[in-house]
Design a protein around this ligand. Structure first.
Ligand SMILES: Cc1cc2nc3c(=O)[nH]c(=O)nc-3n(C[C@H](O)[C@H](O)[C@H](O)COP(=O)(O)OP(=O)(O)OC[C@H]3O[C@@H](n4cnc5c(N)ncnc54)[C@H](O)[C@@H]3O)c2cc1C
Length: 449
């Protein structure tokens, strides 16, 4: 690939105009940085990801000055979760805000929301959006400093060099550039198969639903006036031709009765059932001169608890403050940028730690794949009292993070099982303690420097 003589130079080149790329472009542009965003496809995405934004994400959007992106997209207000365990409902409301209002999340079509974010980036001063696919990194081989990217423009099909004092890889879960900055690789825990149900009345309107029965969990949430998303968790995909029968014969009977007809109809009508891998990728501190990984390229957690966009918007806000012109006047000052990136790695954990641990720990529990986890799961949902899960809202920020699952009738059994429990990736984070003889499961991560 030979780059054309044509070259541009910006303060920042961002690869990817998705959730993270757009938010960061707006934040940096408003600070007077010259920003170029390269996006391989600027048409409205049609994806089954990023459709429920937690209150903590709405709050971060507001701080970024982008709250209006939630308007005029037929978004549905969300006030908490309804978990349905073998037909038994357990409501998990979001908390009240300090202003005395119910915390509110929003659910929507991902594509409509992303187009709003892109429009916000386009009208921000100093920001340029270009439809181009980043193909490679431009690097000074002596110093290993990243100098920008080589990208092919969609309209002209020509490849150019786009130089940036800083290059941001916000190119999502299948990032091309991740391996340039980290040795970590995503671990796929399961796959979500997505369906769009039409005109369903959910048992608890304006709530995300998590259905647990004899099989891995199913998520249901309304994303538009007429549309409801169903995400069916599958630890592994069945052989070709077996997916539809599995959904109709095994999954459908576990769903609330009022949802089943629309679910069956959607399965039968689908030519192709979209699916996405559900990955876990812990973040690694960034030490690549001239380049930063962000969003799903840097850090992923199971989407069961819908936390990815909340983490991304909070990261964009935090990073724009740590790299603000008053602290780092010129992004060419690589030493200063790397110093701030070290702070970013630790400061972001107060929120991302809560979201990530909660997602991984709850997934291990909800998809319980051994008998001891299933007993723990049962104890958490049967005859429980009080608030069963804290932290789903993405509002909580702390050095130690927790969720608590108040046990019911099965107390002694839960204690025994919890000691034996195998929670894979989150094992080191789990603790079971007693409060007034009620077993409570805590997940925590120490904030260390
Ligand atoms: C099944 C599933 C459901 C989910 N549901 C939720 C949910 O309900 N709520 C929630 O908060 N999170 C959810 N998430 C997570 C959320 O979708 C992600 O965390 C979020 O989209 C990450 O944003 P991003 O900007 O890093 O990546 P993306 O939003 O994926 O954006 C990456 C962008 O980069 C572009 N790109 C890629 N490569 C190139 C290239 N070489 N050149 C130019 N452009 C490129 C892509 O076209 C894309 O526009 C879900 C995830 C999954 C897998």
């Amino acid at each position: 690939m030979s780059p054309q003589p044509h070259e541009t130079t910006h303060d920042v080149v961002i690869v990817g105009a998705g959730i993270m790329g757009c938010a960061l472009a707006v934040a940096f542009g408003n600070q007077g940085r010259r920003v170029l965003v390269l996006e391989r496809d600027l048409s409205e995405p049609d994806r089954i990801v990023g459709e429920l934004l937690q209150p903590g994400g709405v709050e971060a959007l507001e701080k970024l000055g982008m709250r209006d992106c939630l308007e005029d997209i037929d978004a549905i207000p969300v006030y908490g979760y309804e978990t349905i365990y073998h037909g038994e409902p357990v409501t998990i409301p979001y908390p009240w805000t300090s202003a005395g209002k119910k915390a509110e999340g929003r659910a929507f079509h991902h594509g409509k929301f992303v187009q709003k974010l892109r429009a916000a980036a386009r009208r921000t001063p100093n920001v340029t959006l270009l439809e181009a696919t980043a193909k490679d990194i431009l690097r000074d081989e002596a110093s290993l400093q990243v100098l920008g990217v080589l990208a092919t423009e969609k309209s002209s099909k020509t490849t150019h060099t786009y130089r940036g004092k800083l290059t941001v890889s916000a190119d999502g879960y299948a990032s091309n550039f991740r391996k340039r900055c980290t040795t970590r690789k995503p671990v796929v825990r399961s796959t979500f198969v997505g369906l769009q149900l039409i005109d369903v009345k959910l048992p608890s309107p304006n709530h995300g639903h998590i259905i647990m029965g004899n099989n891995p969990p199913v998520l249901l949430y309304q994303i538009g006036t007429h549309e409801t998303r169903a995400l069916v968790d599958m630890p592994s995909l069945p052989p070709s031709g077996q997916l539809k029968p599995y959904l109709l014969e095994i999954v459908a009977p576990d769903l609330p009765a009022q949802v089943q007809p629309a679910f069956r109809k959607a399965v039968e009508a689908a030519d192709r059932l979209p699916s996405m891998p559900n990955s876990f990728l812990p973040a690694q501190a960034n030490d690549t001169p001239g380049m930063i990984l962000l969003g799903d390229a840097m850090n992923m957690r199971h989407p069961l608890t819908g936390g990815g966009m909340t983490v991304a918007f909070n990261d964009a806000y935090l990073l724009s403050h740590l790299l603000s012109p008053s602290i780092v006047p010129d992004f060419a000052d690589t030493t200063a940028v790397l110093e701030q990136m070290r702070l970013f790695h630790w400061d972001r954990k107060s929120l991302s730690g809560v979201v990530n641990i909660l997602a991984q720990a709850l997934y291990a529990l909800f998809a319980a794949d051994d008998s001891r986890l299933r007993v723990l799961q049962m104890g958490c949902f049967i005859g429980h009292a009080g608030q069963p899960v804290g932290g789903l809202d993405g509002l909580r920020k702390a050095g130690w993070t927790w969720f608590q699952l108040a046990g019911g009738r099965q107390r002694r059994h839960i204690h025994q099982c919890a000691r034996l429990v195998r929670a894979d990736l989150v094992q080191e984070h789990w603790r079971v303690v007693s409060h007034d003889d009620v077993p409570v499961v805590w997940a925590g991560e120490a904030s260390r420097r």
